[in-house]
Design a protein around this ligand. Sequence first.
Ligand code: PGA
Length: 249
Amino acid sequence: MTGRRKLIAGNWKMNGLKAQLGEVSAIAALASERTDIDVGLFLPATLIAAAAPLAGTMLIGGQDCHAQDSGAFTGNVSAAMLTEAGAGGTLVGHSERRQYQHESSADVAAKAAKAHEHGLSVVLCIGETLETREQGDDIAHGFVADQLIASLPEGADPSWLTIAYEPVWAIGTGKVATPSQIAAMHAALRVALVKALGDGPGNAMRILYGGSVSGDNAADILHTDNVDGALVGGASLSAAKFGPIIAAA
Ligand code: PGA
């Protein structure tokens, strides 16, 4: 299936003050030159309202949203709040949230469904720890495919949902999965998606790779089978580092 448009997405995590809005503008300028791919930045919630008017064709997203519409959930951000601030999408299920906020795959599925209900596109993250990977490739493929299926929201559809495979051991470590490891995992995830959603939607859903993607390795990763883009942390914080990754797509 060739119809999948690549998405190059940056995840700023808990980085970014108003002083960095110039980088948002600079990245938006690079994005506007590429009508053949999608580019997005998943920003701290506090920057979204200021970043949205600078974004042009680039997607601005949040990094999480709550599964409830509103209520007594101190410190959380709702999907409606993200939408009102000017976001067009959100991440859910990032491994840092699964680890530090103890989010289960059921929580992640509920968040994704709520985000969609409020008109947000969703990038749903999955991935195995080093401990699981060390048990062997087949175990890792099975673990991540199961995590994907358990995290898929009701009504999952490629028109609004993208998957991001991010091995936990490759995030922020400078240790990248090899193209053959990535190809094998993405193939296993493609099979799982086709089984869960049927041929059409299962083949049309994008699967991004994330984990220490940089200007040096992006071309190899992005030309790997079934890799429909990248989710980039550290190297998305400046146009100087993110630009070469966008250019490699
Ligand atoms: P990294 O982060 O590119 O800094 O490894 C990726 C991510 O967590 O999305």
